[in-house]
Design a protein around this ligand. Sequence first.
Ligand SMILES: [Zn+2]
Length: 374
Amino acid sequence: MPPLPGPGPVPPDWGQPAQQWQGQDQQEQGIYGQLASLSVSDDRPADSGSRHEQVTHFLQVAMQMLWRFEGFRAQVCGLPPSSDPLVSGVQTIMVSITERQGSPLSSPLLHSALHGVYAEQSRFDSINDPCEALEVVIGKFCASTDRRFAGCVEQLFGMSIMEMCECNYNGCGEMLEPMTYKQSASFVSVPTLLGLQSGVPGTIAQQLATALGPNCPVPTCKKQMGIQRYLMQPVPQVMSISFTYEGMGATSFGGDILGALLPKAEMQLDLQQTYKGVSQPVVGSLIGMLVCAQGDGAGPRYSGFFYDAPFDPSEGHWSSFNAEAQSSVIGTDWSAVTTHCVQQQLQPAVLFYSVQLTSAAVPAPAQAPLPQPA
Ligand SMILES: [Zn+2]
């Protein structure tokens, strides 16, 4: 495992996390925690053909999404020749998408360019979950021996979080050792967001900032503790938010679920308000989304949405793109995306927020329109 930038204390053992803390397990692991297992590859003959196709299909969409992050694309293409073939492979793909817009990335091109990613095919067991598939890809990139390339990826998605766990019960005040970790995505529970169990819908910001902790270790207390999250410097260029659908059973949802879920995606997240420890105004603007449609037997079909913001903000619009690199304009605001997803049964998987400092010294970015009052 390559050395990671930034110091961080070893997470203390907080014992068995509470049931509601499950998402945390995924976060603790994050991309960096998974790196150790990435070198283990196993070529299984069974169904490797269809899985290979599924990996190709996913990469066709995922690489187009990465290409749309202009700063990342420019950084990667500007890197000097690398000894890691993965880096030249990603550069080749970025150039290919630029030069052949509207043409899908061919399977042979992807296979030769991203050979190292395909070597992890066995890790795509959960290819039904695009969030995990994206983590495998990002994790592989971060494990590159070319630290400049890995640094570009970490700057793009890497978030450093510190958690404070405190017991607020009846003045107990017990605090656990702070825990610091890195992640490439924040996990947000869809059932919690929609209030399916509690009857009380929540917000994305709430789930980013707080969580339920383990039980208080004070023998006379034992009440459930609360976690508050601090966002540490440096903030990522793009914050990715992965939806989890735990306990929701069916792999495909009706329009009522999708119609309730998509409007929960806030156009802007004020990270200074959301997290603790953010000293300057930082805003995340929704710019992209990976979605998944359950295919009939052929496995899930992925596609993406992206907000194209030209210099004139009044010309901004949402576009969709698919694995075949076909792109179409959906509309000028998010409600058009919602309508499209409900009609096409497209299930949101990952949201992408472009992160910008909003101090006067930094020019304001072209941002997605604010939701219109109903
Ligand atoms: Zn307590």
